[in-house]
Design a protein. Structure first.
Length: 162
């Protein structure tokens, strides 16, 4: 996780968007494709998605997510009786040898307290993921446009949180 030298060098040549930031390895864990999607442009909340792969032989736990500015929590969307609701989780297990996907309709990082102009598409948000074994891991979420198939089957975010 201590890649400051690499990062300093990268910043000097920051003429293109850094693809390198898309994947972070910390110990046995690899965090890939961290993206944020807002359910509509001025939404006060957004969903953060990524995959967390554990190549080790021991499980790890994601214990929390912190971001600068807005508030972040770990949520899971669950369908109960045909109704989608979100549940707050204190921890998410990353089983040994498995990849856990944070994706629309399931696990996600809930980012709340946004101002209407926060996180435009193309923006990035630095976050720190705290794991039981791997410790604190810095990742950069990139804000992406809502997929074309949203908002009905989309993130389930935004409306209820306003
Ligand atoms: Cu949520």
């Amino acid at each position: 996780m201590f890649r400051s030298a690499t990062h300093a060098a990268a910043l000097l040549f920051a003429t293109v968007v850094s693809v390198e930031a898309a994947e972070v390895t910390a110990g046995d864990l690899t965090i890939a494709s961290p993206v944020i999607v807002k359910s509509f442009a001025k939404a006060r909340a957004a969903g953060g998605y990524m995959t967390v792969a554990n190549s080790g032989d021991k499980p790890d736990l994601l214990l929390g997510v912190s971001v600068e500015g807005p508030m972040a929590m770990i949520h899971e969307s669950r369908e109960e009786g045909g109704i989608m609701r979100m549940v707050h989780l204190d921890a998410v297990e990353i089983p040994a040898g498995e990849t856990v996907a944070f994706a629309p309709g399931g696990l996600h990082v809930m980012i709340m307290g946004l101002q209407p102009d926060d996180l435009p598409v193309g923006d990035t948000l630095d976050a720190v993921l705290t794991f039981d074994r791997a410790g604190e891991v810095a990742v950069t979420f990139r804000v992406e446009a809502l997929p074309v198939d949203g908002p009905g089957g989309g993130t389930g975010h935004g409306d209820a949180m306003n």
